[in-house]
Design a protein around this ligand. Sequence first.
Ligand code: HEC
Ligand code: HEC
Length: 267
Amino acid sequence: MTRTTRIVSVLLLAVLPATAFAKELPRGPQYFHPPSQSALPHGKFGALVRQGRRIFMDTPRYAARYAGDGLSCQSCHLDAGRMPNAMPLWGAAGEYPKYQARTQQVVTLGERMQQCFIASLHGYAPPRDSETLLALEAYASWLSTGAPQRTVLRGAGLPQMPRTGHAPDPIAGRRTYEDHCATCHGDGGGIRNPKGGYAVPPLWGADAFPHGVGLGRQSILSRFILANMPQDQPGTLTPQQAKNVAAWIRIQWREPNPRKGLLGWLP
Ligand code: HEC
Ligand code: HEC
């Protein structure tokens, strides 16, 4: 990328809503296709689904009382939870309730969402009967219309990482970051949207995901990056580059683990 195209793309990023990128991403026929936006239902169910979608795409705005950092659900669950290999909602909806080794419990979809509010969003769990959680569940349920249930669908969760035979190297990762990520994520702080929130979410610092969350683990972060980033050219990094850049991101400063210390009782 030349310097001019870089500057132009950064300027574009600053004015476009985050959703503008997602449309160009590849998505093959081998994956389940959620219903299209134009097929949104009418009536009360439709209103709840729409509300869920809004919360998912701009959580600090539409679920402000429960959100803690600068991220939205779709910062990680890309394209409003539709993107295969980026933990799509349609991949999750039919799998829950599901046994979770970490908590040694069978958790419902709503409880799994509460965990992402507490950890990834560094916020608070919306209560069971809150409109926030009911709307998010309605949205997930609608997105999985027609999907086989109680089975692991292709493209659900994150793809596996091939073995590279080398440990992650954060210093090599810094170079990868500068070459492939900094155009959008800047110095790690992301790009703010002039209308509020972030056009590109931060990767570290006070508004990023805190320590101790799923995406912050070396293996999960590398798999997410390998499959999904750079967002305009996913699939262009080698597995080793993805591991290296994940290691570089992981050594940057972020808020402490919300489950530790005074809040140790949280799930
Ligand atoms: C910082 C990134 C991040 C953000 C932000 C985030 N999540 Fe997640 N979420 C994850 C990761 C990573 C997993 C899978 C963790 C694992 O494999 O253990 C996950 C798992 C889930 C699952 C279960 C998926 C499955 O396939 O089992 C659901 C449902 C979910 N998140 C909903 C939400 C909702 C709703 C929000 C917004 C309130 C949200 N997430 C915000 C990273 C994030
Ligand atoms: C073309 C712009 C662009 C490039 C280049 C890019 N990203 Fe992203 N990235 C995004 C956007 C936008 C999102 C959030 C998705 C959304 O909101 O739709 C995101 C989300 C993420 C997330 C999850 C959310 C968070 O803030 O933690 C991680 C991790 C990430 N990117 C890492 C990387 C890495 C590593 C690279 C370089 C290999 C990279 N990105 C390159 C635009 C980009």
